[in-house]
Design a protein around this ligand. Sequence first.
Ligand SMILES: Nc1ncnc2c1ncn2[C@@H]1O[C@H](COP(=O)(O)OP(=O)(O)O)[C@@H](O)[C@H]1O
Ligand SMILES: [Mg+2]
Length: 389
Amino acid sequence: MSRLQAEHLYKVFGRRPEEAIQRLEGGADRDELRAEGTTAAVVDASFTVEPGQIFVVMGLSGSGKSTLLRMLNGLLAPTSGRVLFDGQDLTALTGGELRAVRSRRISMVFQHFALFPHRSVRENAAYGLEVQGVPRAERDHRAAEALALAGLAGWEDSWPDELSGGMQQRVGLARALATDADLLLMDESFSALDPLIRRDMQDQLLQLQKTLKKTIVFITHDLNEAMRLGDRIAVMRDGRIVQLGSAEDILVTPADDYVASFTQDVDRSRVLTAGAIMADPETVLGEGPERRSAEDVLAAAPATVRADTPIIELFTPCSTGEAPVAVVDGTGALTGVVPRARLLAVLGEPMTPSSAPETGPPAAAAPAPVDRTPAPAPAEAEAKAVARA
Ligand SMILES: Nc1ncnc2c1ncn2[C@@H]1O[C@H](COP(=O)(O)OP(=O)(O)O)[C@@H](O)[C@H]1O
Ligand SMILES: [Mg+2]
């Protein structure tokens, strides 16, 4: 069962929200409604988050991320749609039941983490446990454990104003970890930090996640952060989820120009993997008496890598010879090849629906195509075009 399931969530602020939803369903957009004083903050959002996943919601300011997050823990009631947490419909719970779920099973970490200035770091980290009524000795112990996990061992008796911004944010993380909640909701939690400290926090979160295996919904407006952290990424625009997929999906086949515009500053060589860019071995085997076997390709390859190898590791081998790098599975069988031209091509501009060459069937009046194989998917078509070049 999914840990979290959002089903056709809508949140409309302002007048006659139900009527606004009917109009949105009929194709009206956000601007039309805004002109009448109604804000469609979240429009028809559906997704699932599996236990142990980091699900990132990415989008510009105002795109509806925080509103979406607040519906996931019941702080905001959806105007329409449902949220299921471990199969339980949050929208059907009473206020008391909802508060119990929120205090025990869900933790939130905000961007500007408000620490209590007159409480020690330990007491700040223990706050969620105090709310739950956990006895003093146990909460001190659990707070200290959580602080150690967040990299703050030894700072328990300090005061918040003795900590840097990054360390204060770690206290926020420790407070969320101390409660043992299965679901962490993080709203731009690292956005206010300096770049190097932010990177440290991302590393720390990934490190923690290896052992704690929480389910995390992480909000950011930064695609690099989304790609470092996210197992899956939802890109929001004007209240709608416009793309849902892995970092590679978003880089290789952005759904539209809006999504593509985010990908321009991303270091593609560290996000893309050999598996995402490889071409079918068939493209290099040749025809007739000249036809080579998979063994020939493996023998000639300057390197043999697995599908999850980041492509930055392919440049050196690709520079040493003409033969493509071989991609193999766990049994050593050839599953793909990365020719040098392919490697160079993927570092260029992303392919978007508006910039991709035509891969579909030609217009009715055009002569029959020479190649009668079915139109391949865009990524595959791109790979083949490069392999032929
Ligand atoms: N309580 C509210 N009342 C009216 N409008 C709101 C409220 N909360 C958010 N909005 C509007 O909903 C839209 C989405 O806001 P928000 O979810 O905060 O976006 P993000 O977190 O992506 O910046 C914005 O236009 C915002 O002004
Ligand atoms: Mg926000």
